[in-house]
Each structure stands twice: as C-alpha cells, then as structure tokens.
Write a protein that binds this ligand. Structure first.
Ligand code: PMP
Length: 365
C-alpha cells in the first residue's frame, strides 16, 4: 500500500500534518509533563488544564457567549440521537420536528419516537428524489409550538449541505454538525444545542462536542441516568467518568491549528469553498463522465458525491484512484457511487491532485 495515501474517506477523516506530528511526539511524551498521552491520568491538573484550554479555544473560534456551555462527551453523534429527545421531548406533551434529509437524519428519528411525538417536516427521500436536495425556507411549515426542530447541517452520505439556517428563531433549534462543524462560521447563538463528533473535522473518534444553551438544563425530566444527563457532565467539567484523553488532546491541537495556522473560521470557510469548487468544476466540465448527486444549490463542501455512467466505470475509477494514492473514495454502502470527503484537514494541494486525476480520467478514460 501507499505509505502516503491521501484519506478521502467519509470519516474518520484526514488530520493536518502538524497535528499528526505533535500527536506522534505526545505518544512518546507530552513535552510539558514527560508522560505518554496514552497514559496520562484524567484526574491530573494537566488534563483539567487541557479541557479548559480546549473549551477556551472553541469559544474563541465560535465567538461563543456564556449563555452556552461546552461539553465533551462519548458515545458519538449516535448517542446524541437519544440524549436530545430524552432531555427535550420526554414528558413535554409537544411534538418534535425533524428534517429527514439523508441517511444520518433518517437515523436520528427512531430514537426520538421512543420519547414522544415526532413530525417529519420534510422527507428528502420523496421530495428530493433520493435525498438529492434540501428544503428551501418557504417549503417548511414549522410550528411555533414544536418542542424543537432537529436537522443535520451536512448529510455526509449524500453530500447535501444547508447553506441557510432553517426553522423559527422562537423554537429550539438542534443541529447535528458532525460532518461540517468548524468548517465555516455557524452563528451558534441561533442554536440551542449543536453536536459534532470529532472524527471528521476535529480529531479521531472518541469524543463528541456538544454546545448547549444552559437554560435548557433548568428543567430536566425525571428518570434520566446521570451518564445520559447533560447536567452531570457539566458539573463534572466533562470528566464525569474516564474521558478519551488522547482524542481530546488531538482536538485541542486541531483547534490551535485552526486559530493560529489557518486564522479562524472565515479563513477555513474560504479554503473549503475553494477546495470544493476544484472538484465540482471538473464534475460540471465533463457531464458525460461525471454526474453530481446533489442539486447544485445544496452541494456539500465537505462530501463531494458523484457517479460515473456504469458500475464498471466506477470500479475502474476507484481501482485507478487507489493505485494513484487516493484512498477512501468509494461511496457509502447505502448509496454507492463515489464520494470525495474533503474535511478541514485535507489540504488544497491534495484536492488539486484529485481534481487533476479526475480530469485525466475524463479525458483519457
Ligand atoms: N451524524 C452524521 C452527520 C454522521 O456523518 C455520522 C457518522 N458518519 C453520525 C451522525 C454517526 O456518528 P457516530 O458514529 O459518531 O455515532
């Protein structure tokens, strides 16, 4: 295999080279403490300091006010599919509204139904002909009485991404930003709860960031075990039980890279737009060879999903791409086709290499 293969997979995604270098060193010994990151006590002062610094860096990047708390949890984004309706729907007597825009938002609905009534406001499998497009603001009839509105800002599998914030500002807005968190500015004050697992843009799997409006925790329904109660994690400053120390360390390095090397979320956004444009431009230039999956207005800047005319051409494309050092381009098992995931850690130079490969493939077959 290619020792320098480029990771275009849907996740866990590519991480910046400087972060990988720091992590290699930290596995040997974290410079400040002389211990391997794989064997540092989560009860140490150093680790408490790391949690605080990580939170400070995240707040600075998002310009996050104190009305919102930051939590670092385990269980992935999937556990949030259950923790959210336990907190906001259970016993509320109200209806939670969900946008069903792709594979992952579809997965989030069944756990919510266990806690109360759910109304699917938009089903992109039908209206969007196989999750190819997202609703416009006019197409959503949101109720001002809803317990909350839940949506996924970027559907990782289908490559559709919201470029506006749906919902009513008076209704709690909850968003799974797992596959585009910190890829662009996100106006966190307009959300009551945002969650994102680390393994796309932030670090390795193991930690999930939750940004939650503190006022949501004033009324927690009874019967929730502590481990699933956001208050327990807030009180314990994200060290309720043994956290994934190494994953949090890597996230802290990525946040520093975003602030110092990239220069913040506006800059990251500009770079991500440029990266995505490189690939969509090739797709649009060779319509006989490539067909983009998403409606152009809803194209994702993180997951570029497309097809070739036949399964044989797709297999040939994937085989040649793999030999050329482009790893992970096979589409999600539920959809097939090709998916190039270009998270924050994927460099512009690497994306340009893929664009050139795609151009050569289209020209010369
Ligand atoms: N939401 C989105 C948008 C995802 O892309 C994924 C996984 N790729 C999940 C949720 C599930 O995440 P996890 O495996 O961390 O539970």
């Amino acid at each position: 295999f290619d020792r320098n293969a480029l990771n275009f997979s849907g996740g866990p995604g590519a991480l910046p080279a400087v972060v990988l270098a720091e992590t290699r060193q930290a596995i040997d010994a974290v410079p400040e403490i002389g211990l391997s990151i794989l064997g540092v006590s989560h009860r140490s002062d150093w680790f408490a300091g790391l949690i605080e610094q990580t939170e400070r860096d995240l707040r600075a990047l998002l310009d996050l006010p104190d009305s919102h708390a930051v939590l670092m949890l385990q269980g992935g984004a999937t556990l949030q599919f259950s923790m959210i309706p336990m907190l906001l729907l259970r016993g509320s007597g109200r209806v939670a509204e969900y946008l069903r825009t792709g594979y992952w938002s579809a997965k989030s609905i069944a756990p919510a139904r266990l806690e109360g009534d759910v109304r699917v406001l938009w089903d992109g499998e039908r209206q969007g002909a196989g999750f190819r497009r997202l609703p416009t603001a006019d197409e959503l009839e949101c109720s001002p009485e809803a317990a909350y509105l839940h949506y996924v800002s970027n559907e990782t599998v289908e490559g559709v991404q919201f470029h506006h914030i749906p919902g009513l500002d008076g209704v709690r807005r909850v968003c799974d930003m797992s596959s585009d968190f910190l890829s662009r500015p996100c106006d966190p004050e307009r959300f009551d709860l945002v969650y994102a697992h680390a393994q796309k843009n932030l670090g390795p799997a193991g930690v999930t960031l939750v940004v939650i409006r503190r006022a949501l925790l004033d009324q927690v329904p009874p019967g929730i075990p502590d481990i699933l109660d956001y208050r327990a994690h807030l009180q314990a400053r994200s060290i309720y039980n043994t956290p994934p120390v190494m994953a949090i360390y890597v996230v802290s390095r990525v946040l520093r890279w975003l602030r110092e090397d990239i220069g913040g979320l506006e800059r990251m956004d500009a770079l991500n737009r440029h990266k995505a444009a490189c690939l969509y431009e090739v797709i649009d230039r060779y319509p006989d060879v490539y067909t983009g999956w998403a409606h152009p207005a809803d194209r994702s800047r993180m997951n570029v999903v497309f097809r070739l005319p036949t399964p044989e051409r797709e297999a040939d494309f994937l085989h040649r791409a793999e030999s050329a050092g482009f790893s992970g381009l096979k589409g999600h098992r539920s959809l097939g086709g090709i998916r190039a995931s270009i998270y924050n850690g994927m460099s512009l130079a690497a994306v340009e290499r893929l664009a050139k490969f795609m151009t050569d493939f289209a020209r010369h077959g």
